[in-house]
Design a protein around this ligand. Sequence first.
Ligand code: TXA
Ligand code: MG
Length: 349
Amino acid sequence: MKAGASLETKYINLKEKIDNEKIKEASQDILNGKLVLFPTETVYGIGANALDEKACENIFKAKGRAQDNPLIVHVSNLEMIKQIVEEPNELEKKLIKAFCPGPFTIILKAKDIIPRSVTAGLDTVGIRMPSNEIAHKLIEYANVPIAAPSANISGRPSGTNIDDIINEFNGKVASIIDAGAVDIGVESTVVRVINEKVRILRPGKITKEDIENLGVEVEVDKNILGKYDGKEKVMSPGMKYRHYAPNTKCMMIYSKDEEKMIDKIKETANGKNVLIICKDKNYDKYNCKNIIKMGNTLEEIAHNIFSILRKVDKYNVDLVIIEGMQKDGLGLALNNRLLRACEYNYIEI
Ligand code: TXA
Ligand code: MG
């Protein structure tokens, strides 16, 4: 057991094959007020019974999470949604019908049954119905909604495989369900309906374009690509906090013209002790000692990026330079996470 940790953590290996009995055991931990680390299709979550105030307080302790940053609540069916939120309006129902289950979180008006430690005192709560089979079964067997933020110490990139986060949570949770690397790799799209429009508060795999295809108006919150200025009230508390940034200084360089981008990165790297994070297809174009490939497509980059960000401090370089990417589709989510990892140190030419 890890120093400072107080629990014997059960390790449940479901990498090769799903074992319902093992998931049932973990659902008992949830019902006993304990924490369970479990996979979803987006990132790993650290979950507790969303109706158990004390258990949810322990999530904040385990993550070192700010008390004013609310948790999202995971459900396995529509009945559970009814139990915890007021009746959604027509547009909200349309979104639920289109994107649940899936990598999608919708902010709705919370009923009093949801404890304050989950909502952080807001009158709303984020609802998400994961499509991942293990997450779905865990909720279904427990038969209670599960509050779960991403599994990472606050400020660090979200955990996308157990190897990256086991040291952060061993001894702090009752069980860890290991299902290998998650599918998507970035957290769910968070939306809220405001004045008959859908506002994206956090971009994800369900894109602005996917939502627009329903024939509805979509706005992207200005804090998604802009830096929070500390003045106005944010629509989503998570936007205020430092997130994803390694200790090493990072910057992102982008041009729609790939050759121009590569030249600018080479020029910036010249004579410096740097690490370059680039698309696989550009790997041979850099003559750099430290280089990490992140995939070629937006999907591949999403899948790999958090694990890569967790590795960069090991390189002992002065600067990390990341190739930028398009801002539409899944690229909006990647730009949102990477801009924060770079603390908005961004050049576009
Ligand atoms: O994919 C995901 O959403 C993962 C997996 C585990 O489901 N969960 C996740 O949770 O990313 P978390 O807590 O790391 O991020 C939830 C975000 C935070 O930025 C939080 O501030 C915001 O959603 N949020 C939660 N409740 C909210 C509310 N009532 N109003 C506005 N924003 C809210
Ligand atoms: Mg998080």
